[in-house]
Design a binder for this molecule. Structure first.
Ligand code: G3H
Ligand code: 13P
Ligand code: ZN
Length: 345
């Protein structure tokens, strides 16, 4: 199956009442692990690359790897998505490369740090939609600002500021109408990375779960039952993965993630795309550290990259089952971009 437009994957997910994991990749091992997991669980899937990933992989390598993935597993609907595009130019570049879906993160200015005004966000998102839809390419936009700056994204806001920047359901309705986007990323208190909680018990110092404004998702879904929502910063940061890292020489105290149950609640209320990067990074790092610690004589990269790929695979299988996409790959035939062009007309 050729790479399919993400819109189709999300429309089918809405029909089936499930969510689809959008997994960030930087290399061959992650792509192979995702595709093996999608094959073994019969899942449609979204593979996404950030601007950092494109730079790291020199673009063409990632594109060819994703094409290979689609070719190896022709029965799996897979979209190639640009994560956190910062400008029309970046989105154009990804589309020229063959991406079937782009995110324009108009919540932030081109620097990826300064919050944009609502009007600026509408303007840039609309321009990307006007460029992408005639080519059959899906567009994800974002309203509200995510917390967290540790991975180079987000506005670096304090907890108080984050709550001021949550997605407003009424504004969301207007934003979707004005821009014509396909998927709306919402800010509900999640953040990128492994440290999603800014809260500690004042007495014990214990890290407390992040507070999520799930009611915003419920309200948006009530207003727009057909709107596909996206949850960013949705790694669960399993303690057992962090423990492996710490056991073998890592130093990651005070991590916290998003519980699968909360994501499942979102899925019941219109969340169709769930962004996961950190969990794969944790699994890979733990597996490599373990080999280095237990077998210090090893120096063939395959001796640690294979366990790393296996560990990432386990994460993807769990997420595909948890989000409900498992079993749905063969429900439908993938659409081409030409067919998607007709859809937008
Ligand atoms: O959007 C955040 C993803 O985790 C990608 O992170 O920019 O370090 O590749 P990155
Ligand atoms: P995590 O850092 O929680 O994996 O989120 C990734 C993400 O939102 C990519 O856009
Ligand atoms: Zn994100």
């Amino acid at each position: 199956m050729p790479l399919v437009p993400m819109r189709q994957i999300l429309d089918e997910a809405a029909k089936g009442g499930y969510g689809v994991g959008a997994f960030n990749v930087n290399n061959m091992e992650q792509i192979q692990a995702i595709m093996q997991a999608a094959n073994d669980t019969n899942s449609p899937v979204i593979i996404q690359a950030s601007r950092g990933a494109l730079k790291y992989s020199k673009m063409i390598y990632l594109k060819k790897l994703m094409e290979a993935a689609a070719e190896e597993f022709p029965q799996i609907p897979v979209s190639m998505h640009l994560d956190h595009g910062n400008s029309l130019e970046t989105c154009k570049e990804a589309i020229a490369l063959g991406f079937t879906s782009v995110m324009i993160d108009g919540s932030l200015a081109e620097d990826g740090k300064t919050p944009n005004t609502y009007e600026q966000n509408v303007e840039i998102t609309k321009r990307v939609v006007e460029f992408a839809h005639p080519l059959g390419v899906t567009v994800e936009g974002e309203l509200g600002v995510l917390g967290g700056i540790e991975d180079g994204h987000g506005a670096g806001l304090s907890d108080e500021e984050v709550s001021d920047h949550l997605t407003d359901p009424k504004q969301a309705e207007e934003f979707v109408q004005l821009t014509g986007l396909d998927a709306l990323a919402v800010a509900i208190g999640t953040s990128h990375g492994a440290y999603k909680s800014g809260r500690k018990d004042p007495k014990t110092g214990e890290v407390l779960p992040p507070v999520l404004a799930m009611e915003r998702i419920h309200q948006i879904h009530e207003r727009m039952p057909n709107c596909h929502m996206v949850m960013h910063g949705s790694s669960s940061v399993p303690q057992e993965l962090v423990d492996v890292i710490n056991q073998f020489g890592g130093k990651m105290p005070g991590t916290f993630g998003i519980a699968i149950e909360q994501i499942q609640d979102g899925i019941k209320h219109g969340v169709r795309k769930i962004n996961v990067d950190t969990d794969s990074r944790l699994a890979i790092t733990g597996a490599i550290r373990k080999v280095f610690a237990e077998k210090p004589e090893k120096f063939d990269p395959r001796d640690y990259l294979k366990p790393a790929r296996d560990a990432a695979y386990e994460v993807y299988v769990k997420r595909m089952n948890g989000f409900g996409q498992a079993g749905h790959a063969t429900d439908y035939t993938g659409m081409t971009l030409d067919q998607a062009k007709a859809y937008y007309k």
